[in-house]
Design a protein around this ligand. Structure first.
Ligand code: TRP
Length: 335
């Protein structure tokens, strides 16, 4: 049975626990969207392997961890479908087809891939699976006929490339086999690491995981970079580029009070300690129920694996059907 609601597909590589950057970048959107959309969340273990072939245990263990994160923040398996990428054969089948509709040079020019290759220091030794993962991500998105993809801004070039592939497939088939998709990117922009670096990531040690303990949250907020020239309370401070204010922009529900706080900080007379205390209260209140729920769910691994198994079963039917439609539409033999 399929519903008439618009379809969302999104996912996360299973390389580590999710953190506040994921929450701001897309999890928060996904919580709202599951009320109005038919939402699929992909545990992207196959994509995680494209740069972790030497560390399969990590990829495997984090399938469970990322599923825990989804459920703990409030992704509801009655509303959203959580599924395992490597267990969906149609995704691999579609990827193989799509690779014939994209050139190596186009893959190399994809800005996301370019950045990631640099960050990983691959040089010339790029795993072929890694270079080609934009075609696989196009397979992920189109296999569900998704039209909306809630992701962080770094993923936008991948959605663009997906749509290029969609247009080529449709042109080759002479029919609108697949819909184009749109990235849904939150207006607050990317949440920086606590050290002010652009990207929050576990490997850089500048992330606050969703499972952080109360002490870890306090510690992270204390470590957070502020305005380096704001030395005494009475000094005027700079809000722009100040990590604590970037976080308040992302999490403080009271925008009016926040604006007043910023004015005070700019004028001088407001110490970093006070601003940090406000942020810490907000983060503690946000993360406490998530952490509690996560601990409970971790005690029920059979339930969590069952959610993944059921979701993957549902996803398998949908994605198999799409592969058949695409193969038939392109004029392949379908048995
Ligand atoms: N590339 C995403 C990440 O880095 C994971 C992902 C895989 C994804 N397939 C997807 C995201 C499809 C959105 C849509 O975490």
């Amino acid at each position: 049975m399929t519903t008439q609601r618009p379809v969302i597909l999104t996912g996360d590589r299973t390389t580590g626990q999710l953190h506040l950057g994921h929450y701001v970048g897309s999890l928060r959107n996904r919580l709202d969207l599951q009320e109005t959309h038919d939402q699929f969340l992909l545990l992207a273990d196959a994509q995680a392997l494209t740069d972790n072939a030497h560390n399969i245990a990590k990829v495997r263990e984090n399938v469970f961890q990322v599923a825990l994160d989804y459920l703990a923040v409030g992704i509801d398996p009655a509303k959203s479908t959580i599924c395992l990428q490597s267990a969906l054969p149609a995704l691999a089948q579609l990827s193989m087809l799509y690779l014939n509709f994209v050139t190596v040079s186009r893959l190399e020019r994809n800005p996301t891939i370019k950045d990631e290759i640099q960050a990983r220091g691959f040089g010339r030794d790029i795993p072929a699976g890694f270079l080609c993962y934009p075609a696989a991500q196009a397979a992920d998105i189109t296999a569900f006929r998704a039209t909306l993809v809630p992701v962080g801004e770094d993923q936008a070039p991948l959605i663009e490339q997906t749509n290029e592939i969609v247009r080529r497939i449709n042109a080759a088939a002479g029919a609108d086999l697949l819909p184009e998709a749109r990235a849904l990117i939150p207006p607050v922009g990317r949440l920086p690491g606590i050290d002010g670096r652009q990207k929050m990531s576990k490997s850089s040690g500048n992330a606050i995981p969703l499972s952080a303990s109360a002490d870890e949250i306090s510690h992270a907020v204390r470590q957070m970079f502020t305005d380096p020239n704001h030395l005494r309370v009475e000094d005027p401070g700079c809000v722009e580029g100040n990590v604590v204010f970037r976080y308040l922009d992302a999490f403080d529900p009271d925008k009016e009070e926040l604006e007043a706080l910023k004015d005070h900080y700019r004028r001088g007379g407001l110490g970093d300690q006070k601003v940090k205390r406000r942020l810490e209260d907000i983060l503690q209140a946000l993360l406490e129920p998530i952490r509690e729920r996560r601990l409970e769910l971790a005690e029920a691994p059979d339930y969590v694996m069952d959610v993944i198994r059921k979701g993957t079963g549902r996803a398998r039917e949908i994605t198999d059907r799409t592969f058949d439609d695409v193969a038939r539409g392109l004029g392949l033999v379908v048995l």
